[in-house]
Write a protein that binds this ligand. Structure first.
Ligand code: GDP
Ligand code: IMO
Ligand code: MG
Length: 421
């Protein structure tokens, strides 16, 4: 069986965790291909909330979990996730790629220092060290998970990397790294994680050859992609579907289906352009009703109307086959609802239906809205789309040009409507 990828089509937090958990039922393997513990994916099972930062969300259903080479892994977070699963009686069948990069304490430190240095121009990162870790990968001084398997190699690599990092830290007048302390800490993680480290590409390709169902979970969202997002207000990995090939070591023809997760409105954490952003009372209402606070950092998320420009461009970048629409329940009680159908240039008044390529271009545009009738509490039914929510879904489907096959009406598993098989 070919692989299926699930990606976020906006700026992250679309509800990927919930949709992956739903789709994982029919998969044998669930895999992540990029990012690290900047991600926060929520799965609700009964009255239990699971928040995954590194492990693919499908792990709850007892599926084999693969953490691909394209990831940057904070071993402390992984050990903690294993512990929490253990508390819930789940012992995951997990394989972490030997080639995945390792996040070190000084990556997190540098992430924070750089944000502070940028002041008003900060990216608003999660401060998890994601950017600095990917930089060291590209600089070819990164530690990889395989290095945890050999004590001598681990010590040597930490020493080499720390030497370079000390120069950077001294620019901020920071104390040099206590190398022995770091070696001791990472030797502990090595002991905890060694049995999970292996050849993830071989495993996933063998599984595909054997006809197994592989479900691949994207983290972040399309417009946070390092190449295609609203640069520089992006993360440091390729979040789009194409990233799965390099981030797992699978050929492009392995991927046969791309599922886009889309929130029924738009949110963003961190800085950067957000054309349909709301302020004031409407923002507060949407944030409170949607519980829009970051899963990883707890920061309040910026909220705005649905922006079809974002999703249409995502469709092109990912060649999305169908959409799982989430959080439509959150819009209940808001009337009228607005949907951005295109952008208008603030100077020339020229209209465009194509999402601008650069931030500088994007800042010159403002959204053009169409109003749609909202629905009241009485008109809302989480088990069935009533007339007005259905009209909203149809409108989004038409504007985005992608079939909406799943509509999520709440965080729980049973709050999932299948519109089309
Ligand atoms: P992810 O990063 O894309 O996995 O999304 P997050 O887990 O960060 O944020 C999505 C939040 O919305 C989580 O708290 C989910 O439990 C919740 N959620 C998912 N789908 C729905 C839905 O249809 N309705 C509501 N009200 N909440 C949802
Ligand atoms: P999930 O997988 C939403 C954002 C940060 C910041 C930018 C760069 O839960 O959807 P980074 O720490 O990656 O260098 O921060 O990216 N960001 C996310 N926003 N959801 C996420 O993950 C995110 N991961 C990173 O807020 O704007
Ligand atoms: Mg999230």
């Amino acid at each position: 069986m070919p692989a299926k990828i699930v990606i976020g089509m906006q700026w992250g937090d679309e509800g990927k965790g919930k949709i992956i958990d739903y789709l994982a039922d029919k998969a044998q393997i669930v895999a992540r291909y990029q990012g690290g513990d900047n991600a926060g994916h929520t799965v609700v099972v009964g009255d239990k909330y699971f928040r995954f930062h590194l492990m693919p969300s499908g792990v709850i259903r007892g599926k084999k979990a693969i953490l691909g080479n394209g990831m940057v892994i904070n071993p402390n977070t992984l050990v903690e996730e294993l512990r929490r699963l253990d508390e819930n009686g789940i012992e995951p069948d997990m394989l972490v790629s030997k080639k995945a990069q390792v996040i070190m304490p000084y990556h997190r430190k540098l992430d924070s220092l750089r944000e502070k240095e940028k002041g008003e121009k900060m990216i608003g990162t999660t401060k998890k060290g994601i950017g600095p870790a990917y930089e060291d990968k590209a600089r070819r001084i990164g530690l990889r998970m395989a290095d945890l398997l050999d004590e001598a190699v681990l010590s040597e690599k930490i020493e080499q990397q720390a030497k370079v990092k000390n120069i950077e830290l001294s620019n901020y007048e920071e104390e040099p790294i206590d190398i022995d302390e770091v070696i001791e800490e990472y030797t502990f993680y090595a002991g905890q994680l060694a049995k999970y480290i292996g050849d993830a590409s071989l495993e996933i390709n063998n599984a595909l050859d054997q006809g197994k169902n592989v479900l691949i979970e994207g983290a972040q969202g399309t417009h946070l992609d390092i190449d295609h997002g609203t640069y520089p207000f992006v993360t440091s990995s390729n979040t789009i579907a194409g990233g799965a090939c390099t981030g797992l070591g699978i050929g492009p023809t392995r991927i046969k289906e791309v599922v886009g997760v889309v929130k029924a409105y738009t949110t963003r954490v961190g800085e950067g352009a957000f054309p349909t952003e709301l302020n004031g009372k409407l923002l507060e209402e949407l944030r409170e009703q949607g519980g829009e606070y970051g899963t990883t950092t707890g920061r309040p998320r910026r909220c705005g109307w649905f922006d079809s420009m974002l999703v249409r461009y995502s469709k092109m970048l990912n060649n999305t086959d169908w959409i799982a629409l989430t959080k439509i329940d959150v819009l209940t009680g808001l009337d009228p609802l607005k949907i951005c159908v295109e952008y208008k240039h603030v100077m020339t008044e020229e209209h465009t239906k194509i999402f601008p390529n650069t931030l500088e271009e994007l800042y010159n545009y403002e959204p053009v809205y169409e109003e749609v009738e909202g629905w009241t509490e009485d008109e809302w039914n989480p088990k069935k789309l009533t007339k007005k929510p259905k009209a909203y879904v149809k409108k989004l489907e038409k504007l985005c040009g992608i079939p909406i096959k799943i509509v999520s009406t709440g965080p729980k598993r049973k709050e999932t409507l299948i519109l089309k098989e």
